[in-house]
Design a protein around this ligand. Structure first.
Ligand code: NI
Length: 150
C-alpha cells in the first residue's frame, strides 16, 4: 500500500466529472487500498478518487473507526429529511462550514468483488456519503455551505 498525495483546492481535477469504473482490475483494487491508507493517514472520514488525482467514480468512507465502506460507482438512490451540520474537506484545509444535507441517504454501489450492494446512513454517515459522492461530479462542500465557520 502507498500513501497518495491529496489534491488541494485550486487544482482543476477537483472540478471535473469522474468516469465510471467498468472493470475491477488489480489497479482499481490497489487504488482502493491506497485511498484507505491515505484517508487514515490524513485522519479523514472519507476520500474520493479525484482527491488523489484519479478521475474515477470511487469513494471510501469511514465514520466508525475500523468500518471502512468502499464504494465503486456509488449512486444515491433514496434520501429523506434534512440536517445542517459542520463539514470540512481534506482538499480544503483549514476551512469549515455548515452545509444542508439529507438526514438519511441510501446509496447503491459496487464492492471490490464486483457485487452490487446498498448502504443506508443517517447523520454523519449520510453527510460523508453525500460529500464524497459530490466529489465525483466536481462538487465540493463549499458549494452548498450555508455558513462558514471561523
Ligand atoms: Ni472532501
Amino acid at each position: 500500500m502507498a500513501k497518495l498525495k491529496i489534491v488541494k483546492i485550486g487544482d482543476d481535477t477537483l472540478r471535473k466529472v469522474s468516469r465510471p469504473v467498468d472493470a475491477i482490475t488489480p489497479r482499481i483494487l490497489t487504488l482502493l487500498d491506497d485511498m484507505i491508507e491515505t484517508m487514515h493517514d490524513a485522519d479523514g472520514c472519507g476520500l474520493a478518487a479525484p482527491q488523489v488525482g484519479v478521475l474515477r467514480r470511487i469513494v471510501v468512507v469511514e465514520v466508525e473507526p475500523g468500518q471502512t465502506i468502499e464504494l465503486i460507482n456509488p449512486k444515491i438512490v433514496a434520501y429523506a429529511g434534512e440536517q445542517q451540520a459542520e463539514e470540512g474537506c481534506l482538499s480544503i484545509p483549514g476551512r469549515w462550514g455548515i452545509t444542508k444535507r439529507p438526514k438519511h441517504v441510501t446509496v447503491r454501489a459496487t464492492n471490490r468483488k464486483g457485487e452490487v450492494f446498498e448502504v443506508s446512513g443517517s447523520d454523519l454517515l449520510a453527510r460523508a456519503l453525500c460529500h464524497e459522492i459530490d466529489h465525483l461530479d466536481g462538487k465540493m462542500f463549499i458549494d452548498c455551505m450555508i455558513e462558514e465557520l471561523k
